[in-house]
Design a protein around this ligand. Sequence first.
Ligand code: X5A
Ligand code: ZN
Length: 697
Amino acid sequence: MGTALVYHEDMMLSRLLWDDPECRIECPERLAAALDGLRQCGLEQRCLRLVAREASEEELGLVHSPEYVALVQRTQALSKEELQVLSGQYDAVYFHQSTFHCARLAAGAALQLVDAVLTGAAHNGLALVRPPGHHSQRAAANGFCVFNNVAIAAEHAKQKHGLHRILIVDWDVHHGQGIQYIFEDDPSVLYFSWHRYEHGHFWPFLQESNVDAVGRGQGRGFTVNLPWNQVGMGNADYLAAFLHTLLPLAFEFNPELVLVSAGFDSAIGDPEGQMRATPECFAHLTQLLQVLANGRVCAVLEGGYHLESLAKSVCMMVQALLGDPVPPLSGPLVPCQSALESIHSVRMTQAPYWMSLQKQDVATMLNPGSHSPDGTPATLLPGGPTCEAAATTLSSFLDPLHLSPIPPIRTAVALTVPDATLPLPPGVLCQEGSAPREETEAWARLHKSLAQDEALDALGKLLYLFDRILDGQVSSGITATPASAAEATLDVAIRRALCHRAQRLFCVALGQLDWPPDLADDRRILWLNIGGKEAAASSMFHISTPLPRTTGGFLSCVLGLVLPLAYGFQPDLVLVALGPAHGLQNPQAALLAAMLRGPAGGRVLALIGEESTPQLASTLARVLHGEAPPNLGPFLMASPEDIQALLHLRAQLEPRWKMLQVAGEAPGSGGSEPAAQSQPTEGPFPAAPSGPPFWVA
Ligand code: X5A
Ligand code: ZN
């Protein structure tokens, strides 16, 4: 079991035989670059390599008309001149004598990948293919695409594997109108696409790429379009789109399989997209999708025309699929106004179809003054340089093609009573060591509750594990402490990290845990208590919210509060502490831990109560190690109180934590400075001590 990589070198055979500036970019070197990148990073070798097969005529017929398949088949025997004439009948398409063979391999690769994942031969995977597929339609080639690889794979998953809910995430920078048309009335396929749109002025210039195309008939609400109306969208915009539009719907939909139309023309440097998301962003997007469908994520290459950007982005995605910790995102994570306008309009347009969006945007609804007389929302801000990121050279994001160092140990479990029967996945280390007695005792003197033997033992283990995380030997860990000493142990952990030059520490404290009062003004610590009596923020760095009682409420809390705070803070390290009376079910704790791997580059320490079940330790170990969290169970809408709590906190915290925003700011509301320059309103983070980041040994 692992990550499948499906490929066939014959897919490099097709190429443009005449001059056509529009089609020139879809070249064989794209596949070579992606594959070379994977080899250079040592990632290809770690995958289960599968040789692509050709899709059969019957399989192509799942989506395409027999006449169209026959037409493409006949192109094998055409002369160059005839190929050029036929190509001219479609929009942005070229045929080559090898096109039929390549396109059948591309569709076959997608099918093989889905078969591997649905039969359990692989956890997840990537099909490296060309030609791409998402623009092609029942009886038409379009936009370099001949057969609709992802649509065929989805239909196959339904018909041959009996699936009922498939999510397609299309992060290519173009609208996959082909996929949209094929599934527009099908409620078993949820299609999400973001795309460069520029109010309809970008290829393929379709009205149905806009946000108001939501599907037809039974399929209404199962097409989700997020049009980008400006170029220059970056990491924060993509993340915000996932957290505030795609993921709430995806959890509610509860897919059995996730297919990704993985185009990397949405990455920085791409001539088509003109966007700014860095390759690391695709690792994060992948990680976020891996919490769905029990981790069954099948990605199929679509576009991506800047060879280095493509190669690096593919590496990042595969790294995430393999379960490695992924590099944190750099740069200020502040979504731009235009992105927020798009996100807001998706939420408004889709709200009638999705419980998870209902009543959630009340506080951030535009005030009446910003509506035009006919009641339609006015554009929030005039066009402007809101998406212009600070001048940074492209090469600094792409060069060199190597991966950041990954700790030799991904996950360690340090329990005071090592339990040999604890079901741990292979590769998880059972840590025996403890910190030196004198050191442990010195820390223990800070708190009475740490004096008793069990607490002291637990502290010694925690300190030892924590130091290995801080040294970069271990990526993530789980440790246990007696409930009576939980708060004190957490307090020591925080101080230990600060001594170790951690600049930013995100503490998610569940249940009855209070934070160290003397650190109240220390902005190196962002403290979030889940399970408090009421939603309250005594400062921008000390936040408390009740534990939501339903799955829907819990998901809104994670996607709408915890992760926006975590990504916005960009911590060096995340501490998740399950304190007394935390009230979390194991699947909830697992989801939280899994999703918190992203913001701090995989550096997560989970602190649990000694009396919690071995299942909890085991579940946390699995997700921190990269496995998918278990399903949360049936989706139940958030209660009005939970929705209120979130709205209340969002309103209070948005001025400082911009990733919480789900709508653009109204003109004149004071916060309309250009996104890239906006600095934390409470001043910069404490000055960094000189020297390398603390986790570099
Ligand atoms: C798969 C893909 C783009 C076509 C652009 C035509 N197609 N101008 O990225
Ligand atoms: Zn594209």
